[in-house]
Design a protein around this ligand. Structure first.
Ligand SMILES: *Cc1c(COP(=O)(O)O)cnc(C)c1O
Length: 502
């Protein structure tokens, strides 16, 4: 027998109750709470179903306690997790409730695609990118899929460029595939030249048939995030190779930017124009540095300078924009490339209406059907505006720099990477990531687990210069130096005193 499905008023009441619950203070639940939650997972598909009421109880009382603090606790500093602003959270509930399929632009039937496009132009404005220069723009599931889009568009473009130089034929990978395109164009290699790339760039290269080995790290030995410019120039020159240059605008381990000013970007642009290369910027969370204006953030501001010279840009929504998972965005200056890569052929029933201004999302990105990811972004930008977002970001940087100062002053820890020796310069480099290690190797090996073991603060582990390292990524709108820094310092002090007692 099939039980009731549930009514909308009951649903609304349940959501309200869940939203009203006090968020957890700790960044992590204790292990036995997670274990208990795991044990309550229904073991097999029920024939009858539990019914809505029992399911609500199951989720709230048994499953939710087993979640980590993620974006609900401001002391969760793992993985650049982001948070979700109240406006975005509300909007995300609406997205689910109204379940719009943002697929085809149907201007007389729903405002969904207009809203999506407006959200993207607002985003451009937030990031000081002229929307008219970025006609191919779309929401994605995150920075990884934006990187897939970037390399896919770049791949299409670089063969078009080669074909234009060598013959009068048009070569479209979207149409004839990589193998045939290489055969016809005489290109025998595709390379993605980059520095300190995020792992998802290699993943994107793999998905697209370019191969992870095509990703070539050409950073300077002394400053791995900076391009070796003579090498870049030399590699681009090779006439049998087609190239994409990928710029890491803030790297996950250190927060450092690959470029440091307009002139450097202009130089890269010039080289890429000469050799028909595509420039893709991975600015998943670094892009938000374009909101900053105070000289306190001069280094970050310079790291974001000239990114408008790229062909395509990856941004994340669920990181510093603080909208719920799963939301990223992708911007490209090449509208015609969009349809060559993503067009659904021969699907007349999916064709858009007469309005040519807004491209149907299904023909400019990965998915056909998808949720209205734009709404939380739209709502949050509407609610807080440029100043609100700048203020949130500044609080996150101030907290990060507070953590960095504590580490600099501590006899037990050292701040990484050690590229500079002067304190103000070191602090100028701190964006929202703080990388460090314990000086004592024994403690360092256990540091991440000891910090996480307090349950109060969550950090990620990584490796730096062949040794384990530890990383704070501050990315939540709730960041508050007065409230959070004492908690973090307390955790450090507990970890040290417990280690010394050992
Ligand atoms: C997080 C991140 C990614 C991957 O983003 P997802 O949203 O997890 O897909 C890519 N690049 C950079 C620089 C990142 O920080």
């Amino acid at each position: 027998m099939f039980r009731e499905i549930g009514s909308l008023p009951r649903l609304a009441a349940a959501i309200a109750e869940i939203q009203a619950e006090t968020p957890p203070e700790n960044a992590l639940p204790s292990e036995d709470v997670v274990t208990r939650a795991r044990e309550t997972l229904i073991p097999t598909l029920p024939t009858e179903g539990l019914g809505l009421e029992a399911t609500i109880r199951h989720l709230r009382q048994e499953i939710v306690p087993g979640f980590n603090g993620s974006s609900r606790s401001s002391n969760y500093y793992g993985f650049v997790t982001g948070g979700s602003t109240p406006a975005a959270t509300l909007a995300d509930n609406l997205v689910t409730a109204y379940d719009q399929n943002t697929q085809v632009h149907l201007p007389n039937e729903t405002v969904a695609t207009d809203l999506e496009d407006r959200a993207l132009t607002l985003l451009c404005e937030l990031l000081q990118l002229d929307p008219s220069q970025w006609p191919h723009r779309t929401f994605t599931t995150g920075a990884t899929s934006s990187n897939v889009l970037g390399l896919a568009c770049g791949r299409e473009y670089i063969f078009e460029e080669v074909a234009a130089v060598r013959s009068d034929a048009t070569i479209s990978i979207g149409e004839i595939g990589i193998f045939e395109a290489m055969h016809r164009s005489g290109i025998n290699k595709i390379q993605i030249l980059t520095t300190v790339p995020h792992s998802s760039l290699s993943k994107a290269a793999s998905i697209l048939g370019l191969g992870r080995a095509a990703v070539r790290n050409i950073g300077l030995e002394s400053h791995p995030h900076k391009f070796d410019m003579p090498l870049l120039s030399k590699l681009l020159e090779d006439p049998s190779t087609a190239s994409i240059v990928a710029i890491s605008a803030s790297e996950v381990n250190t927060g450092l930017f690959a470029t440091s000013g307009l002139e450097e970007m202009q130089e890269i642009r010039k080289l890429c124009d000469v050799y028909g290369a595509w420039i893709h910027v991975d600015g998943a969370f670094g892009l938000m540095g374009r909101l900053l204006s105070s000289p306190d953030y001069g280094r970050i501001i310079r790291g974001c300078e000239g990114l408008e010279l790229a062909d395509s840009i990856t941004g994340d929504g669920h990181k510093l924009l603080n909208v719920p998972y799963d939301c990223g965005f992708f911007l490209s200056r090449h509208r015609e490339i969009a349809s060559r890569v993503f067009q659904n052929p021969n699907a007349a029933y999916l064709s858009a209406g007469a309005d040519e201004g807004i491209m149907s999302p299904l023909n400019i990105g990965l998915e056909n059907s998808r949720r209205l990811r734009a709404l939380p972004v739209y709502a949050s930008l509407a609610a807080y505006g440029r100043d609100g977002y700048r203020e949130m970001l500044e609080r996150q940087i101030i907290l990060s720099r507070g953590i960095a100062e504590y580490i600099l002053d501590s006899e037990h820890f050292e701040l990484l990477p050690q590229f500079e020796s002067e304190r103000t310069q070191i602090l100028q480099n701190i964006y929202i990531i703080v990388l460090f290690r314990a000086k004592d190797d024994g403690l360092n090996d256990e540091l991440v687990n000891r910090i996480k073991g307090t349950k109060k603060v969550y950090v990620s582990g990584t490796a730096w210069a062949g040794k384990p390292a530890c990383r704070f990524a501050v990315s939540n709108w709730m960041a508050d130096v007065n409230k959070d820094l004492p908690i973090i310092k307390g955790v450090f002090e507990d970890v040290i005193s417990e280690w010394q007692l050992k």
